[in-house]
Write a protein that binds this ligand. Structure first.
Ligand SMILES: [Zn+2]
Length: 104
């Protein structure tokens, strides 16, 4: 089994990265729109895309926080749905997952 402190370090690094990304998106979205009509349309579209990316990042942040909490609680690597151990390979691929492959 992979060292849990390694996983924690990885998760914390990922969390910081996502935090920064959502921050950048927030800033970009709060920029005042251009007066030019055609450009505003393009901008509105990219705003939507950015919002989507931001939402995905927030979802990931939520999962990583939950994973970090379960590490502290000593329940990391146990499926929240069926209570079985999550395969180490799956944890390696998706370290912040809370459910096993059968329940995902
Ligand atoms: Zn399960």
């Amino acid at each position: 089994m992979t060292d849990i402190s390694d996983i924690k370090t990885k998760l914390e690094a990922k969390l910081r990265e996502l935090d920064m990304r959502t921050h950048e998106i927030d800033e970009a979205l709060s920029q005042p729109s251009d007066d030019n009509w055609s450009e505003s349309a393009v901008e509105a579209e990219s705003d939507e895309v950015m919002e989507e990316v931001g939402n995905l990042a927030l979802e990931e942040i939520r999962k990583i926080r939950a994973a970090l909490a379960s590490i502290d609680a000593g329940t990391y690597g146990i499926c929240k749905s069926c209570g079985k151990k999550i395969a180490p390979k799956r944890l390696e691929a998706v370290p912040y997952t809370g459910v096993c492959i059968d329940c995902a």
